[in-house]
Design a protein around this ligand. Structure first.
Ligand SMILES: Cc1cc2nc3c(=O)[nH]c(=O)nc-3n(C[C@H](O)[C@H](O)[C@H](O)COP(=O)(O)O)c2cc1C
Length: 160
């Protein structure tokens, strides 16, 4: 998959988690084909234990089924999913992930797989701000060369 090589080249040194799966949405799919080092750090697992798995391995007791159903529906429709999920690291510690998942299409426009950009967010205390971010804010991450590219793709933007 040429797109996979392109994503790998762009994402390898990024500070945001990037994960690519095949297009099989029903269990045991989707199968992870590529995850960048930042994704390994986010989910607290070695990359060689991530590739070949389904992203479901991060789910646990407090992962909301309703959100997963919405995720599943978006994947089945070949649409973007942007949302927040409680996931668990390798050591069992839970974290809140913001996930922006998009379909990958081949030159004929056929669905070929999915790419997701993922980062940890923290819940704001008190009343959610009306403006940027609302209820969640990104936990601090450094900027890197991929940052501007992601902005032009509107990754993590609400209106898209
Ligand atoms: C590219 C991609 C990344 C995903 N990342 C996560 C993730 O970080 N955490 C998670 O709980 N589910 C993630 N999922 C969603 C699950 O793989 C699965 O689609 C979800 O549980 C809904 O399907 P189900 O109803 O069959 O479980 C991801 C899916 C894709 C395609």
């Amino acid at each position: 998959m040429m797109v996979l090589d392109l994503i790998r080249a762009l994402a390898e040194d990024a500070s945001i988690g990037v994960v690519v799966t095949d297009m099989a949405i029903d269990s045991p799919g989707p199968i992870i084909l590529y995850a960048n080092p930042a994704f390994g750090r986010l989910v607290g697992r070695d990359l060689d234990r991530i590739v070949g798995q389904s992203p479901r391995f991060m789910q646990g007791k407090e992962t909301r089924r309703e959100t997963l159903d919405a995720f599943h529906r978006a994947l089945a429709a070949g649409e973007r999913f942007h949302g927040y999920l409680t996931n668990y690291r390798g050591d069992g510690i839970k974290y809140r992930a913001e996930i922006d998942c998009r379909p990958l299409r081949n030159v004929r426009g056929e669905l070929d797989g999915f790419v997701a950009f993922e980062r940890e967010v923290v819940r704001r205390l008190g009343r959610p701000a009306g403006g940027s971010g609302g209820r969640y804010e990104a936990s601090p991450i450094s900027n890197d060369p991929l940052g501007n590219g992601l902005r032009s793709l509107s990754v993590f933007d609400v209106e898209n």
